[in-house]
Structure formats: C-alpha cells, structure tokens
Design a protein around this ligand. Sequence first.
Ligand SMILES: [Zn+2]
Length: 66
Amino acid sequence: MAIYDMRCKDCGEQFSLFCSWSELKASKCPKCGSSNVRQVYSAVTVLKGAGAGSPGTSSSASRKFG
Ligand SMILES: [Zn+2]
C-alpha cells in the first residue's frame, strides 16, 4: 500500500489515493467519477531523490527512480 497523487484529465481534480498498485489502475475520480485519471509526481519526491547522494560522490549522475 502506498499513497499516490492522482489527477483527473476530465475535470482537473487532484486527489490522493491510498491503495495498492493494482487498485490504482482501476481508480476513478472522486469528483466526476471518470476513470480517465493519471498519476502525478509531486515535487517532494523529486527533491528527495535529487538530494539522496552524499556530497563526496559526484560520479553517477544518472540515478533511476523506483
Ligand atoms: Zn474528474
């Protein structure tokens, strides 16, 4: 289980889901009920990944997420 930030493509509603990955694919917008939703990645996640390396090591620039 994890928290996913989602956005509805139809009405633009943004909401958070606490569910498994399989449930995420079947998720619907709580506002308009559309299944045309997609996952959005918050800035917090990006900053957390960018600052994960220690100051001494500047070798591996390409760090993959997940
Ligand atoms: Zn919607």
